[in-house]
Design a protein around this ligand. Structure first.
Ligand code: CA
Length: 242
């Protein structure tokens, strides 16, 4: 089924074929199991401010800027957007709640997948909306010798962020590869939308509570239920992409 999906994709898109050189990894929900903390913090902070954002809906918004998420909910629940002061306050409180948690653990299967990708001689690029200063240190601690600063796209690099294709277009430039030479691993619907808009073959890992249709409707080319299952299926997949 996976082989057929790739064949269909290549026929539809008119590529001669994927000639894989790089794998672009999203971070939250792909490399780290941090999304439950984000979803809970969003749910709690909106409740504090008299609005309702379910944990599941927080997953649907994953990848948006904080301001954009707050305004969407405010418009729906209160009939108007939040003021800049409110946005700042709500987002600061959301971050405070998030930071009460212990550091998120690496996602099960991420290290196993990265080791295979590296052994296959492929570049590893992180493409995240996160802007934590200690990002690279944290990645190096959990995934030693997998990532370098030059091959990272973070909040500091982009103006629009996901679901705009900008972060993935920048990843293509940083890695100096063409769209058929790279694939994306994403967990969020809006992340899938960004990657597909950049013309990239996109593997979704459904590590959260959303139905698979939330990912396929955004154009995910393949969906795996977990990073573990992608790691287990990687060599078969890669054989068709080199
Ligand atoms: Ca994510």
């Amino acid at each position: 089924m996976q082989a057929k999906a790739i064949k269909d994709y290549i026929e539809t898109h008119g590529y001669e074929g994927i000639r894989l050189k790089a794998v672009f990894f999203d971070m939250d929900g792909v490399l780290f199991n941090s999304m439950p903390y984000h979803a809970e913090a969003w749910h709690q902070v909106m409740k504090q401010y008299g609005m309702n954002l379910s944990r599941e809906e927080a997953y649907m918004h994953e990848g948006r800027t904080g301001a954009s998420t707050i305004n969407i909910v405010s418009l729906r629940d209160r009939g108007h957007e939040a003021t800049p002061e409110e946005i700042e306050e709500i987002y600061a409180e959301k971050s405070r709640l998030f930071n009460l948690n212990p550091p998120a653990a690496p996602m099960a299967g991420a290290w196993e997948l990265l080791q295979q990708v590296k052994a296959d001689g492929l570049m590893r690029v992180v493409v995240t909306g996160s802007g934590q200063l200690s990002l690279l240190e944290r990645l190096n601690y959990h995934f030693p010798d997998m990532f370098v600063r030059e091959l990272m796209v973070t909040a500091f690099d982009v103006k629009y962020g996901k679901p705009d294709p900008e972060p993935y277009l920048m990843a293509l430039r940083k890695a100096d590869v063409l769209p058929f030479e790279a694939i994306v691993v994403e967990n969020a619907p809006l992340g899938v939308r960004a990657a597909r808009a950049a013309g990239l073959f996109t593997i979704a890992v459904n590590t959260g509570p959303l139905p698979v249709s939330a990912l396929t409707s955004e154009g995910a080319d393949l969906v795996y239920p977990s990073m573990d299952s992608l790691a287990a299926g990687w060599e078969e997949l890669y054989r068709q992409m080199k």
